[in-house]
Design a protein around this ligand. Structure first.
Ligand SMILES: NC(=O)c1ccc[n+]([C@@H]2O[C@H](COP(=O)([O-])OP(=O)(O)OC[C@H]3O[C@@H](n4cnc5c(N)ncnc54)[C@H](OP(=O)(O)O)[C@@H]3O)[C@@H](O)[C@H]2O)c1
Length: 206
């Protein structure tokens, strides 16, 4: 079985998007600043399964190759899916993608669709994603889904691309985590221009 990991870009004050995010403004007001590091380097990184090419630093390219190269399935939330307009039918990483939602958008249900809409919760979505990923990892994108995975003890690893900016408001990554502390062990730090890549392992009780 592979790992369940989340990989998100976050401001130093904890936001993964600015306020008023929506299809017209996917990362909210000022939020695009978070993704500057994806286009400010000199090394091409081609996002698997898509036509997206990022221009990052060599250190970031190495990290992305490693982190994304092992992904076998993707789990996200309905807001991220809607804001991205389903990535035009080509989800990130080109892997089977599971969207947690209360209501299935029928227009996205068709033969060969890369999306499975899961209406019975995050645990079910992760279970289905693990089943298709096999030995490969499951990537969890979006704040609310990562939070629910942490609460349910489903997350093995957290990758944070930490950007030195204070957004002040927006979509917080670490909230709604319930009572009790969550222990993490830092397993890697990669310093790159404009971003620090941090990897943590979630410490689980035996
Ligand atoms: N910085 C980054 O790296 C990064 C990466 C990805 C996304 N983002 C940003 O993150 C923001 C979206 O994150 P988010 O946390 O606000 O939203 P989200 O997790 O993408 O979606 C939340 C929605 O998913 C559905 N949902 C969640 N849990 C559910 C459950 N247990 N059962 C049924 N449905 C459930 C609900 O939608 P319904 O009730 O409508 O079904 C809920 O409103 C966007 O601004 C996006 O651009 C940032």
């Amino acid at each position: 079985m592979g790992k369940v990991a989340t990989g998100l870009t976050m401001s130093l004050d904890g936001f993964i998007a600015g306020p008023n995010d929506g299809p017209e403004n996917p990362l909210g007001e000022s939020g695009m600043r978070l993704f500057d590091w994806y286009s400010s380097g000199d090394t091409d990184y081609e996002m698997p399964g898509t036509e997206m090419v990022f221009r990052v630093s060599p250190a970031s390219a190495e990290l992305l190759r490693e982190a994304f190269g092992t992904m076998g399935a993707f789990v996200t939330g309905r807001r991220t899916f809607d804001i991205a307009n389903g990535w035009g039918g080509r989800p990130p990483l080109g892997v089977p993608s599971f969207v947690v939602t209360h209501a299935v958008p029928q227009e996205w249900v068709y033969e060969g669709s890369p999306f499975t809409f899961v209406t019975d919760g995050v645990e079910s979505a992760v279970e289905q994603a693990r089943a298709v990923a096999g030995d490969r990892d499951v990537s969890v994108g979006a704040a609310s889904i990562a939070q629910q995975c942490i609460r349910a003890g489903l997350l093995d690893e957290v990758h944070i691309n930490l950007v030195p900016v204070l957004l002040g408001e927006g979509v917080r990554l670490f909230e709604h985590l319930g009572d009790g502390q969550v222990e993490l062990e830092r397993t890697r730090v990669i310093e790159a221009p404009g971003v620090t890549h941090l990897t943590f392992r979630l410490v689980k009780e035996d």
